[in-house]
Design a protein around this ligand. Structure first.
Ligand code: FES
Length: 509
């Protein structure tokens, strides 16, 4: 199977592309069209289909192509937003709701694995957060106490399963992990076995709303009564694009000389934090570790980020070999909680986004909530996670910061190009934003020396893309659209790729 980057994640090992089996009926008006074949889309599809809805799922590439294929697959009730922060920004009752919602999300995954016999190495694991400084230590006490108030089972721990020095540690019970793409494939089989239609390599363009939705897709028009955007962030331009900021995280999977693999889901308290766990792939154990996150499009030399991650890991672990390195994207919300429910300003269009670094848990939660909403049940969490919520206090400072950054990108980056004078400076496999004969051009030289010249203006909302050297993609810093070296759209919210620049266009002026 393929993924939205040049690097191979551990979840791609020995996983062929999923083969869809059911044919679709172009004349049928389906109950629900789900766009996106990651954790949110496939879980939603399984739940709705099992509730008797006739569903069709359209994935632009293969299932797991987006962030689910690049996750590190932690399922947790401890989110990036700490419970004391949630208490402060919302209130204690809401913090309890978040703890309950995330518990139910993990239970949902466990229930689907058991009910449908999905072979994906699901297991419950203890979670650990450890503090390395005195300041972190007192902060960790606050985090633990608030987690307990919210209803999470947490306690002090005398030990952590990784070989780092620590001053304080906290243990959280009943967290979980799984094999991400085997889980997705199991969901896909379950969905199809229940009569669902799964279309891969079916990019969806414009969607018109009349008597029903008509989605213009690569395979023809798809008609449905309701629509779910399970695309990580919805396409088009919406309020949510100003309430979510795209980030990238870096991961490695490596073997150890000692053979002592850490049991549990482990996190330090750095900003950005580092995370660790163990996974067995084809009978071989690996530590999966990650971190070194940054805002998408803010780091061109992403190979250097991998070098820093590797140096950090080698300092602490007796590494035998690093077999996988990859990076993936997530969206931070302005108040740390996800946006799940009807798309602001729309009816019968549902969305889940802003999962921060907790996409496997919150994507599962989104599926559960969207299923409840579509089947006419009230969701206990609908108000708290409402995408249209206006909560000025919660995350307001972050909101301003994220958007100030977006605005500076809108107006600033276009004048801030690295100047290059000749194409020969570009090494094969490398890319740059260049000023060429007075034109701004995103240029990539492929391994055969062929130049791909693109208009660097993102078709979503006109920000300027930046090169991601490790994943070999053009990444938009504003709302996270990503494009292949030849400009093809990898992930939205843009609906189309970057425009090719023809040399005649340049030379003709
Ligand atoms: Fe919004 Fe590029 S993703 S401008």
């Amino acid at each position: 199977m393929k993924r939205d980057g040049a690097l191979k994640s551990i979840w791609q090992e020995n996983i062929p592309e999923y083969q869809s089996i059911n044919n679709w009926n172009k004349d049928e008006v389906y109950d629900v069209l789900i766009i996106g074949g990651g954790i949110t889309g496939l879980t939603t599809a399984v739940l709705l289909q099992s509730e008797g809805k006739k569903c069709i799922l359209a994935e632009a590439y293969n299932i797991g192509f987006g962030t689910t294929g690049g996750t590190t697959a932690h399922l947790n009730t401890i989110l990036d937003a700490s419970y004391d922060q949630i208490e402060k920004d919302f209130d204690e009752a809401d913090a309890k709701l978040v703890a309950r919602a995330t518990r139910e999300a993990i239970d949902l995954v466990e229930g689907l694995v058991t009910r449908y016999g999905i072979d994906c190495d699901f297991s419950y694991q203890p979670g650990y957060i450890y503090a390395e400084t005195a300041e972190q230590s007192s902060r960790l006490d606050e985090i633990r106490e608030a987690a307990i108030r919210a209803g999470v089972v947490a306690s002090c721990s005398e030990h952590i399963p990784v070989p780092m020095g620590f001053k304080n540690a906290c243990r959280f019970d009943m967290q979980a992990q799984l094999h991400a793409t085997r889980y997705l494939h199991g969901l896909a089989k379950t969905f199809e076995a229940a009569g669902g239609i799964l279309l891969q390599h079916c990019i969806v363009g414009n969607v018109e709303n009349g008597q029903h939705f008509t989605a213009d897709s690569a395979l023809g028009n798809i008609k449905a009564q309701k629509l779910v955007y399970a695309t990580h962030i919805p396409p088009g331009i919406n309020l949510l694009h100003f309430r979510c900021a795209p980030y990238r995280s870096y991961a490695c999977a490596f073997t150890l000389k000692t053979g002592e693999y850490p049991a549990g889901l482990i996190y330090d308290m750095n900003d950005p934090y580092n995370y660790f766990r163990t996974q067995t792939i084809s009978g071989r154990q690996y530590v999966i570790a990650g971190g070194f996150d940054h805002k998408t499009g803010h780091e061109t030399n992403t190979d250097q980020v991998f070098r820093e991650l590797e140096a950090y890991l080698r300092k602490h672990f007796d590494i035998d070999s690093i077999d996988y390195k990859w990076s993936s994207q997530y969206f931070n919300s302005t108040d740390g909680l996800p946006y799940i429910g009807e798309l602001p300003g729309e009816e019968n269009i549902y969305v889940g986004t802003g999962y921060c670094g907790n996409g496997m848990t919150l994507g599962s939660l989104a599926a559960k909530m969207i299923c409840e909403m579509i089947t006419g049940h009230e969701s206990k969490y609908g108000e708290l996670f409402d995408p249209s919520r206006i909560k000025i206090v919660a995350g307001f400072a972050d909101f301003v910061k994220e958007n100030a950054d977006v605005i500076s990108k809108f107006i600033g980056m276009r004048f801030d190009y690295e100047q290059i004078s000749a194409l020969v400076e570009l090494a094969p496999g490398d890319a740059t934003l260049a000023e060429w004969e007075g034109h701004k051009v995103a240029m990539y030289k492929d391994e055969n020396g062929r130049i791909h010249a693109l208009d660097p203006v993102c078709p979503h909302a006109k920000c300027i893309v930046d090169w991601n050297s490790a994943e070999k993609s053009w990444d938009c810093p504003c709302h996270g659209s990503r494009f292949a070296p030849n400009g093809a759209l990898l992930t939205g919210p843009a609906r189309k790729g970057l425009t090719q620049v023809k040399w005649e266009d340049i030379e003709g002026d």
